[in-house]
Design a protein around this ligand. Structure first.
Ligand SMILES: [Zn+2]
Ligand SMILES: [Zn+2]
Length: 82
């Protein structure tokens, strides 16, 4: 099950579970759409994997399986893709 992390690891923008802007890799490193596409070039900076849009969990499921509230932020920030 996805954790549905609450923020972008690069810019710390809020990414609520219903956000269409959340992008994740297979390990669920989580980024906003602009960091994922512009800064990172569609590639996860932690594992090198592909970033795709995070699926939206239906609201009635969120009540039973709530999203994570643990914010994760890259201490070094995100480097621009070469
Ligand atoms: Zn971001
Ligand atoms: Zn990753």
């Amino acid at each position: 099950m996805l954790e549905l992390r609450p923020n972008c690891e690069c810019c710390d923008r809020d990414l609520p579970p219903e956000s269409q802007e959340a992008m994740i890799c297979s390990f669920e490193c989580t980024f906003c759409r602009s960091c994922a596409t512009i800064t990172l070039g569609g590639k996860c900076p932690n594992c090198g994997g592909e970033l795709s849009r995070r699926p939206i969990r239906p609201a009635e499921k969120l009540a039973k399986f709530p999203a994570s509230t643990q914010r994760k932020l890259k201490a070094t920030g995100c480097a621009k893709a070469a």
